[in-house]
Design a protein around this ligand. Structure first.
Ligand code: P6P
Length: 281
């Protein structure tokens, strides 16, 4: 298993090097939409095609699922990869952070959160970094020329929360959630919300705090996809000593009925997640 997991992470790091190089020339919108009805950038399609091609070529990988595709690409292998190839790609227009998210499951999607055996994300920031989680080991790497160099071999969510960031428009938040946000602001956490889950969760992993995309008045399931965003990021944050929730339970306890199913997503310090769940109960 470890060989396949490391091969997947090495491959994602290699593709990240290629993606970084082409971002400047792939800011245009494609004609199509992704299965969630979101406009696709040329960079989305490039990252998705490269990841599918290179991940399916790995011996142990049996399927590739992506936020950009209606259905899985299937091969023979015991592990199944689910990717958000370019998370937050709308930030390309404004030159803000974006990422790549990967979950490695031992069941073919739609798969339960407890089928995850590893997960990782690449952050295209001022530098390119990658965070990986296998079991309870969370490691941060510098990614240069497609190669990984360890920066921190024991990443843990800091115990004192500093930042918070929640998606959606405040008037669309449920009242009790809006009251929770006010309590977080009263506790003098700093607002850090940038429109790309990977970059915002990396703030929580670095400084401590909470990130979420809540249930909304016109969309009780929120915006984020469970299989491609919620599950992998929950796996990583929980492995780093934090917690995750859909408002009532860990995201890793959930099983999507279809691969593009959405869920409210909250990740961060366990005390903040517990306080949120008590408010939303
Ligand atoms: P909004 C990016 O499109 C994404 O899926 C996440 O990366 C991010 O957290 C969220 O949606 C941003 O959504 O509504 O703030 O643009």
């Amino acid at each position: 298993m470890t060989d396949t997991i490391e091969a997947v992470f090495d491959t994602v790091a290699g593709v990240a090097g290629d993606v970084r190089e082409v971002l400047a020339s792939r800011r245009s919108y494609e004609a199509g939409e992704n299965p969630s009805g979101e406009q696709q950038l040329a960079a989305d399609v490039y990252a998705d095609d490269r990841l599918e091609d290179q991940l399916l070529a790995l011996d142990g990988v049996g399927s590739y699922a992506s936020e950009e595709r209606d259905s899985l690409s299937v091969d023979s292998g015991s592990y199944h990869v689910a990717c958000d190839p370019l998370d937050g790609s709308s930030n390309l227009k404004s030159n803000n952070g974006m990422g790549t998210i990967v979950g490695i499951y031992d069941e073919q999607p739609p798969a339960p959160g407890d089928a995850l055996v590893a997960a990782g994300y690449v952050l295209y920031g001022p530098i390119t970094t990658m965070v990986t989680a296998v079991g309870e080991t969370v490691t941060e790497f510098l990614v240069e020329d497609g190669e990984r160099e360890v920066l921190n071999e024991d990443v843990t969510v800091p115990s004192e929360p500093v930042t918070y960031g929640f998606g959606g428009r405040a008037p669309d938040w449920p009242e009790e959630f809006a009251a929770f946000v006010e309590s977080v602001e009263d506790d003098r956490l700093k607002l850090r919300y940038g429109g790309a889950m990977v970059a915002d969760v990396n703030q929580v992993m670095t400084y401590g705090g909470i990130f979420g995309y809540p249930m909304l008045a016109d969309n009780p399931e929120g915006k984020l996809r469970l299989q491609f965003e919620g599950h992998p990021m929950a796996y990583i944050v929980e492995a780093a000593g934090g917690a995750s929730s859909d408002g009532s339970r860990s995201l890793l306890e959930k099983t999507p009925t279809e691969i593009h199913e959405r869920s409210p997503v909250f990740v961060g310090n366990d005390a903040l997640i517990a306080a949120l769940e008590s408010v939303l109960a």
